[in-house]
Ligand binder design. Structure first.
Ligand code: IPE
Ligand code: IPE
Ligand code: MG
Length: 231
């Protein structure tokens, strides 16, 4: 288990869980199999972070661009998400974890949306906070926030007003963003919130991502000096 220095600042870790497809391909399996395995890693990692005192964990599960994938893969991811909503996530909500979904729910199936809203409602106020980014895009998030503010009559857009209008309203920005599977980019993740996040990349494919990878990311974080533009 990782530890924090007494003045530790690491309270929010966001994960870009990437590499499910490559993990499956290496085993001669369909990409969907990688997503199933990746879902198991997701819960283990989130719970490990909470046990280590990380207050907020954000997971990138499906981007606004992921609809471009073959229809059968999108369907498999959505079906996995649907079954996970009523199994794993229900249990997590009972274990004092507040669940919030980041993203536009409107294109999702009505039963899925209803279950997402139920989980959000029932887990509100829980001790630990899990954000699941699904049909999430950082640019779309900013555009929709600005449109909503404009529709409510706001004419002067401040940073605080936009921060309050985006999906993570009231939440702390991620201190650390971790991406698995070797790509060195953010892929439209937390565009507004990531401006001063520390970034950590590892080659580990997401289904293989484990507690030791979290420990390594946390250790790397505490080696950094965050200046936020100061000296
Ligand atoms: C991440 O794994 C999961 C999603 C984007 C839904 P990928 O499916 O992107 O796996 P690779 O990058 O193709 O290996
Ligand atoms: C980012 O992974 C999205 C998620 C992890 C949900 P992608 O696999 O979609 O990103 P790119 O296409 O390699 O940038
Ligand atoms: Mg990928």
């Amino acid at each position: 288990m990782f530890t924090h220095p007494t003045d530790g600042t690491l309270k929010h870790i966001a994960f870009i869980m990437d590499g499910n497809g490559r993990w499956a391909k290496k085993r001669g399996m369909p990409r969907e199999f990688g997503h199933t395995e990746g879902t198991k890693a997701f819960r283990r990692i989130a719970e490990y972070c909470f046990r280590g005192g990380i207050e907020t964990v954000t997971i990138y599960a499906f981007s606004t661009e992921n609809w471009k994938r073959p229809q059968n893969e999108v369907a498999a991811i959505m079906s996995l998400f649907r079954s996970y909503l009523s199994l794993g996530m229900e249990e997590m909500a009972k274990n004092d974890i507040q669940i919030t979904f980041l993203g536009d729910k409107s294109p999702l199936a009505p039963d899925v949306r209803a279950q997402m809203e139920k989980l959000e409602r029932e887990s509100a106020g829980n001790r630990w906070h899990l954000n699941v980014a699904i049909n999430y895009g950082g640019r779309a998030e900013i555009v929709s926030a600005v449109n909503r503010l404009a529709a409510s009559g706001v004419t002067e857009f401040t940073e605080d007003a936009i921060s309050d209008a985006i999906y993570t309203s009231g939440q702390r920005d991620p201190d650390l963003i971790v991406r698995s599977a070797g790509e060195l980019r953010l892929s439209n993740f937390l565009t507004w919130q990531s401006v001063y996040s520390e970034l950590y990349f590892t080659d580990t494919l997401w289904p293989d991502f484990d507690e030791a990878d979290v420990d390594a990311a946390v250790a790397a974080y505490y080696e950094r000096t965050r200046r936020f533009g100061g000296v």
